[in-house]
Write a new protein. Structure first.
Length: 307
């Protein structure tokens, strides 16, 4: 392949992580690339696809087996080959998580706050749910009350159902009447969310992927295999940050908020490499019926429209 030092550094850094979280990367590949194209692939072709990123055959097989036990994937045996598909719950989880990843911009805020009151849970269950809700971008109003400015009630109920806490958590909605730029609300935002830590994550993302963007601008679109590697690591890194981002209104964010630049950079790179990545998957991935089907129509709506 043509020399691409920035990509080599990106891949080397990913491969050197210990532990290398193969299951998380496989979820990224299914959500970003395989779900829009039927959701099923032959395991052997998946192993070939991921090997250059540092995932050997044993690691992929072990991780896929674990994802099947966790009800993300289901296996079908055809002869001596295993084909893995998304389960129904797996599809719903992907749709819920990845719709934020591909949004062109932050959703407009109507002043509504979604609150979860955990006072009726045991201390152990409360801690477990707090960690899950914080992963979804909730902030802390008090030790037993968490809040989010964007999550819909149905989304919160789905999270509670996954933990079987739907009868033990009180859900409150508040349509705030005050200005989002009020001093009290800005101060509360700083107390409820660790925005400096989130900003550091976005800055790290920018530092990793700006050299990739600069290379593409200078040298043009890389090879299909390089496009796949870029697209996969791009979405893998970005989704890990955006899913922890409460997507606060601009009035409550610092003026130089790195999240805005990260979203734009992710959009720009994705627009340049998605086609090459699709070609690489056409060359490697197989289903029981043969080649992968083409992407569905929703795929082309990512980031305001792929062309």
């Amino acid at each position: 392949m043509p020399a691409f030092p920035a990509l080599e550094t990106l891949v080397d850094n990913f491969r050197s992580r210990r532990p290398i979280r193969a299951g998380s990367l496989i979820i990224t590949v299914y959500g970003d690339a395989i779900a829009p194209r039927g959701g099923t692939v032959w395991l052997g072709s998946m192993i070939k696809l991921l090997e250059p990123l540092g995932l050997n055959q044993r690691l992929v097989r072990t991780s896929v087996f674990r994802l099947a036990k966790e009800n993300w994937l289901v296996a079908e045996q055809v002869g001596r080959r295993s084909y893995y598909s998304l389960t129904g719950p797996g599809i719903r989880r992907f749709q819920k998580a990845f719709k934020r990843v591909y949004a062109e911009h932050n959703p407009e805020w109507d002043g509504r706050w979604m609150m979860a009151v955990l006072s009726q849970l045991t201390q152990e269950d409360r801690q477990k749910l707090r960690q899950e809700l914080e992963w979804h971008g909730f902030g802390t109003l008090s030790p037993t009350v968490l809040l989010h400015p964007q999550m819909q009630k149905a989304e919160l109920q789905a999270v509670l159902q996954d933990f079987d806490y739907q009868d033990d958590v009180i859900i409150l909605e508040d349509l705030g009447e005050g200005s989002p730029a009020s001093r009290a609300l800005r101060l509360q935002t700083r107390e409820s969310w660790n925005l400096p830590k989130l900003a550091e994550s976005y800055q790290s993302f920018l530092d990793k992927f700006r050299p990739i963007w600069n290379h593409i601008n200078d040298k043009g679109v890389p090879t299909p295999e390089q496009c796949f590697q870029i697209r996969t690591l791009l979405i893998h890194e970005y989704r890990r940050i955006i899913l922890r981002d409460p997507e606060l209104p601009d009035e409550l964010l610092p003026g130089d908020w790195a999240g805005s630049a990260a979203r734009q950079l992710c959009t720009n790179i994705y627009q340049r490499v998605w086609q090459g990545a699709e070609q690489h998957m056409d060359d490697l991935l197989e289903t029981a019926e043969g080649p992968l089907p083409p992407p569905n129509t929703k795929f082309y709506k990512r980031y305001g429209g792929l062309n």
